[in-house]
Write a protein that binds this ligand. Sequence first.
Ligand SMILES: [Zn+2]
Length: 1065
Amino acid sequence: MSVNQPAHTGPPYGRPQPGYQGYQQPAYGGQPLPGVPQLQYGAYNGPMPGYQQPAPPQGYFPSLGFPSKGSPVSLNSDTSSLAPNFIGSLRAPSTSGASLPSDHLTYSPFGQGDVQNGIPTSAAPMQRPPASQPYLPGSASMPVTQTPTFQQYGPPPASVQQLSNHMAGMTIGTVAASAAPPAGLGYGAPRPPTMPGPPLPGQTAPVPPASQPNHVFSPPPPTSMSGPQPGPPMSSLHGPPPPTHPPQPGYQMQQNGSFGQVRGPQPNYGAAYPGTPNYGRQPGPPPPPKRLDPDSIPSPIQVIEDDRNNCGSEPFVTGVRGQVPPLVTTDFLVKDQGNASPRYIRCTSYNIPCTSDMAKQSQVPLAAVIKPLATLRPEETLPYLVDHGESGPVRCNRCKAYMCPFMQFIEGGRRFQCCFCSCVTEVPPHYFQHLDHTGKRVDFYDRPELSLGSYEFLATVDYCKNNKFPSPPAFIFMIDVSYNAVKSGLVRLICEELKSLLDYLPREGNMEESAIRVGFVTYNKVLHFYNVKSSLAQPQMMVVSDVADMFVPLLDGFLVNVNESRTVIASLLDQIPEMFADTRETETVFAPVIQAGLEALKAAECAGKLFIFHTSLPIAEAPGKLKNRDDKKLINTDKEKTLFQAQTSFYNNLAKDCVTQGCCVDLFLFPNQYLDVATLGVVTYQTGGSIYKYAYFQLETDQDRFLNDLRRDVQKEVGFDAVMRVRTSTGIRATDFFGAFYMSNTTDVEMAGLDCDKTITVEFKHDDKLSEDSGALLQCALLYTSCTGQRRLRIHNLSLNCCTQLADLYRNCETDTLINYLAKYAYRGVLSSPVKTVRDALISQCAQILACYRKNCASPSSAGQLILPECMKLLPVYLNCVLKSDVLQPGLEVTTDDRAYIRQLVTSMDVAETNVFFYPRLLPLTKADVDSDSLPAAIRNSEERLSKGDIYLLENGLNIFVWVGVNVQQGLIQNLFGVSSFSQISNGLSTLPVLENPFSKKVRSIIDMLQMQRSRYMKLIIVKQEDKLEMLFKHFLVEDKSLSGGASYVDFLCHMHKEIRQLLS
Ligand SMILES: [Zn+2]
């Protein structure tokens, strides 16, 4: 390694960095080599945009402090953003107002309904591989009787049928019925098409006609959004505003960023907040259902569009303190000039209150969403790697912050003052440099750590476990070979895929081959290890049947280099499907599998990742054995939280051991019934791994999705044995963390593995005052082992403004990031509190945020007006989406596993992902321009926006729906589906045929493009209007009232308005 290199001046740009043998940067002054998989680090000196010409923005001298206020990008001058937004009797969105839009979001489904699949009885004779015998494939191979088409055991879990059941269940008309959930055990039992309950006025069929907005007369949910007490009719709690409010004068006076004009008489708020029990059954005539015009309330689509138009064309240059970046839905280029790219860090506000009192008053959470290894756009510069040789990075003596653009050099450059704690530290002799007349070091532009927001340091041995440089990591593939896995064709599929996929293990620069070693295990009730040493003619199997005390039966030959052992590995992967083709073993173990992988990594003294492909609840006798404790009757009770908790602490302890070793666990689940994701996911979650779930896996419909996920997961950039710490200016500190990691103390976030998609949300609290002059700084330092085994530190710095006026806070917020934080906060809350409590707390906090704005920042106006800060005008609609999500308000057919799964996924999501997850993107495909690369303009997520004559696409990061209206022209149907009429489109289709016409090509290219943008391959579901599946689709039309009781956007907005008024009165 490179520690012995001369420790002098940092690597000059013109020559290769010292100490970097073994890691050749392809771009030293030249072009990347063709065929090189990925340029991991920008050449220090290469022709990188943005670094060669690091001309700082005017007046910006990072080493001298912050740019003066009033810099061109400062939002302080944006008085228009102070303009309140009126909702109320206004209509017609005004797009002219300067708005800081929030992101578009989507929300998505995951699994399918809960239908039990036939499980073979275990009475069948078991045929197991011989225990503890070396496996000699040549002589002992079992006859292959399986044909590539695997017949299903028992009734095939046709996804169509399942979804139909799902839908049938969902049509159970009334949410009120959820008070009597389907007895938790009724998996797969056919559900009655209807259930007693209040009829839906105007509806006779279970599926409401598309033209009927479903929020007008829907029955109330069993639990309210914000907990109106049961009993009193809603009008007493949430009635319309006092009739004394005349049509509001003065709206026209305040149109900036507002939503239009007075439409008429004061709208009747009472029209129905759905959280009220008894609504629809109230005695007496209900209030006339006059409603807000949906066009008059803030539109996510409009906000997203406006931001794209305003911010999409210019690069976002990070030289200015406290600059609010474009929304995550806007496609923009970033130039690092001293602050970390928003791809790495986004904040709930870029101007934070100076005092704790102000922060408490506003209730705006101060949080940063950090994605330390985020993937950048190809045009953007990857973080440079700085090597200070054996002396290591320069740090503050007291707080240990790393050298960064905000450190101030003094005394002619001999010392520097820490920008975080103010401590003065001697500059080490090798790092000394003179200052120019402005006080800036003359090598300022030559050093990434002085001029950039993000960069890396090569770590010295001091940063390594046991003071020893790490070995390259290993990947271990652990395949469930129990009955279901074999019969579904999964085992064969995985083995086939691995043969080619192993050539694409992560590597860096122009390395010819990956440094990562691989190993293989199969298992059911016992574990089979394979010796694939290159010198063997055939692989050998070692069986460990004593799963109570797991050990690895072989060391030499278990973890191997792919190229060296290529033939043996290929032979093994050919043989595995056949060895187990006739298995009757249905039971599996799970914890011993992880233990085996962990022990193997320990023995090899390296970090690594386990890829576990698992199908069922581990009921076989073994440590970590689980029982089926699913019980939907717990929903809406105080015990609901137990559904999200692990059923044993065993896995928590195992996770801790894994983190210590740097053993990250990625889990691919293929359940046909409940398998307790909440418990199985514990180790994955705490080690920074990923979970993928393919309910009722079927080769034909699911293999593309699974293989795409697997390929991406294996190939993506990942760091191991990672520790992240966030340092802040004196005055605030990181107090809470959300994400997939483990913490053994209150400051260090530990992750056995951290990949490019994983996000950590960090909350800050005041412990002292901040000052407007100096602002506030964040420095995120991630110590990790690269896929080559190199120990590195990745540093991200971000400077924020501080304010003494609340208006400045509200002008610089980012709602999408706020929602990311709130969702994670709520999703963690369900582990310990009743879901209703969590929901009420969310509503209450947001009402306080908006009430504080109204009270302190908005111009005086009638109490009948809802006034929202421009930057937060989408807070109500997005908050409602979080409240309606399946974790916080499950639909009848959402399984316990789905909820646990979603809960874990969201906890690691970045802002773009939570955005589209909670507010899905809805695109009218029939409006697409087949001659251009652009997407059709998105529309709002409401049924009333759909036309029967069009085809739409809805995506939320997990699913893509294609909805086909009944009146779509035959020509379009022919072009897209290859059939001549609507009725001939198969129900439950999950692929589009490849047809050679412009419309088909356009639609498929849009889908491909969306798939590329997401970290997971989305499941494609074709939905015909008025088909049963449509109910599933409608679940994602999040502006409408949902069947599970979620409020419509309009109703929720009215409800928020009442909450705010109560706070103000
Ligand atoms: Zn310090």
